[in-house]
Design a protein around this ligand. Sequence first.
Ligand code: HEC
Ligand code: HEC
Length: 152
Amino acid sequence: MKSLKMLVATGLIGAFMSIVPGTTGVLAQEEGVWSLRGEVALNDAAPLADTKKQNTSGKMGRAYRQQPPLIPHRMEKYQINSKVNQCLRCHDWPYNTEEGAPKVSETHYFNRNGVALDTIAGTRWFCTQCHVPQTQARALVKNKFKNASEVD
Ligand code: HEC
Ligand code: HEC
């Protein structure tokens, strides 16, 4: 009985430690590791991106063949939630032909088991998980990234 109480207590302390905001942040900072969110606690909202900086003049190329293409137009007004996806009214077939928009890739109609569907796969529903607006942004961390076409 005693050991069971001990177990429960240890479990509670563990759970408590993991929900105290900043506990892991402090540890990470001491080790010199920084989150790309900066010093914003997980349960606080990070500052909104400056959408005015979005680059909507032409298309930036893809850095490698399989890269999800960047979004070359404004998109902050198109809602995506569990019921509605406004990107599809232009990018899903057959609307894409009416709107003159590129059709979502054929790969987006296959579910995770490789079964071809007639509608967009659930795994591709939240477009902005992979497709992000174009911007001439400064690199978040110093790096030596090269486009696949530039690698010797
Ligand atoms: C009103 C119609 C419309 C809506 C809504 C729309 N798009 Fe587009 N989208 C376009 C058109 C037209 C183009 C082609 C623009 C060009 O070639 O410059 C395009 C281009 C793109 C491209 C580039 C494709 C490529 O092959 O380079 C991506 C990615 C994209 N849109 C994603 C999205 C996402 C994600 C949403 C929702 C947040 C969205 N679009 C909503 C019309 C739309
Ligand atoms: C899991 C990541 C992911 C999600 C989610 C996703 N895409 Fe894509 N998308 C990609 C990748 C990777 C490519 C390029 C490779 C390919 O064609 O599959 C692509 C290609 C595209 C293209 C270019 C098609 C072409 O033939 O050049 C368009 C347009 C597009 N996606 C729109 C969308 C829209 C709209 C949504 C939301 C309904 C969406 N994608 C969701 C990863 C994703």
